[in-house]
Write a protein that binds this ligand. Structure first.
Ligand code: ADP
Length: 419
């Protein structure tokens, strides 16, 4: 080959390699990658066919993964590490040019016999992963004209390097997809379990609550009354846990099926706070409510807003000590209504601030928890708010307290009175 021929071939090969590297960078399907590589391998080395063999880490055999002729009978055909050209290349981690297969002791006719093919010459190079560990072998088979040259070897080695790295990346992506699918399945399982458990627990609990409340009302015996009070308190706690589960199901089933109506947040907050008075009272907490003097309408699903406000309020009460301060305020910020539930309770450290809105996330370790709950309240708040165009965030410092904010677009406001 003259120098100018060599130059022309190199430029051609280089252009093809650059094009291929773009495919490798964008493709994430292993099959797509492998086919792109072997097509180039066959073309650039002037071979009849090119194929990739990858190591099966369990059986420690090389398996044919793809060939440029797309023969299905070759798929996953094993080649032993010992006693084969590909195996030798893999084990010695160095390329091999065999221009006549009769000249090498490593030739194994088993594959040719299995697929009815005739191999005359082979160029085989090792493929490596990003850490330079051998992962497989790239082969070009049957040079169409002349013999495999050092230039063919260089070209195939370059292709093998690109392929090894890209392939490993694609495998990692596949692993991630698999892990993600498993997580989703697990999540679905958990949600299904919660849906079933919450429904099954609700009915017997209502019966318990009904009878205990009745017995508590009719008893004159102070000792029995105190015992029934304990049962009642435990049953109410259980009801609140079941309510958390039901709320999660509400989020999952309500997606895209909300009944939207104009809700006056001022009235809604006032009603909820009044009905929740008893809990804060039990801890002698001071609850302040700061509301606009006028209606503040937003467009949303009433049930969702009740859950959002109740969950934030319950948390403020739960995570604030005896005699603590809780403030619920509603303000207009430009075209938005901002609900803020503030407490001077235990607070939250920086590293947990983003995580507490994740389903089942709780800061305290499960076995030594002081506060009851399932870790669902804030996830439900966030998901319900975002499904209706809202935003949720929190400012907090350990030992100083927390401020939870929820912002929603205002639907309509009465015109400001003329001054
Ligand atoms: P739960 O209250 O059932 O544990 P949540 O999803 O409502 O679940 O809250 C998740 C976690 O966030 C809580 O376990 C708690 O550690 C923290 N948290 C929530 N609200 C407050 C608050 N007002 N003050 C301090 N920590 C809070």
């Amino acid at each position: 080959m003259t120098n100018s021929n060599l130059d022309r071939l190199s430029v051609f090969a280089l252009a093809r390699l650059v094009k291929l590297s773009r495919v490798l960078n964008s493709a994430t399907e292993p099959d797509e990658l492998l086919h792109a590589i072997i097509s180039e391998a066959a073309l650039l080395t002037g071979s009849e066919v090119a194929s990739i063999l990858l190591l099966d880490s369990k059986t420690r055999e090389l398996l044919f993964k793809v060939d440029s002729l797309r023969r299905s009978d070759l798929n996953n055909l094993p080649v032993p590490l010992n006693n084969s050209i590909a195996g030798r290349v893999f084990q010695t981690n160095s390329p091999m040019i065999v221009n006549s297969i009769r000249d090498t002791p490593y030739w194994n006719p088993h594959v040719d016999e299995a697929i009815g093919f005739q191999t005359h010459s082979i160029l085989a190079v090792p493929m490596h992963d990003a850490l330079s560990r051998p992962v497989g072998v790239l082969e070009a088979v049957n040079k169409k004209e002349g013999k495999f040259s050092d230039l063919d070897l260089e070209t195939l080695s370059t292709l093998a390097d690109m392929a090894g790295v890209a392939l490993k990346q694609a495998e990692l992506i596949e692993d991630l997809r698999f892990a993600n699918r498993q997580l989703n399945d697990l999540d679905e399982l958990k949600s299904n379990f919660i849906a079933i458990a919450s429904h099954e627990l609700r009915t017997p609990l209502s019966i318990i609550l009904g009878y205990v409340s009745f017995l508590r009302e009719v008893t004159d015996n102070p000792e029995t009354a105190s015992q029934l009070d304990s049962v009642l308190k435990a049953a109410v706690r259980l009801r609140s846990l079941i309510q958390d589960m039901l709320n999660l199901q509400y989020v999952d089933t309500k997606e895209n099926r909300f009944t939207l109506s104009a809700i006056d947040l001022v009235e809604l907050i006032r009603n909820i706070v009044t009905s929740r008075d008893d809990i804060a009272e039990a801890k002698q907490q001071h609850v302040t409510v700061i509301l606009p003097s006028e209606k503040l309408n937003i467009l949303g699903d009433r049930g969702s807003f009740e859950v959002i406000i109740t969950n934030l309020l319950n948390n403020a009460v739960k995570f604030t000590g005896q005699g603590g301060m809780i403030e619920i305020s509603l303000t207009c910020q430009e075209a938005e209504a901002w609900l803020c539930v503030k407490d001077n309770g235990i607070g939250i450290s920086q590293e947990h601030l983003n995580l507490i809105f994740t389903r089942f996330y709780q800061i305290e370790p499960h076995l030594s928890r002081r506060y009851e709950g399932l870790g669902l309240g804030l996830a439900v708040v966030k998901e319900l708010a975002e499904m209706q165009g809202g935003r949720v965030w929190v400012n907090s410092r350990p030992g100083e307290g927390s401020e939870f904010y929820v912002a929603f677009p205002i639907a309509s406001r009465r015109p400001e009175p003329n001054r």
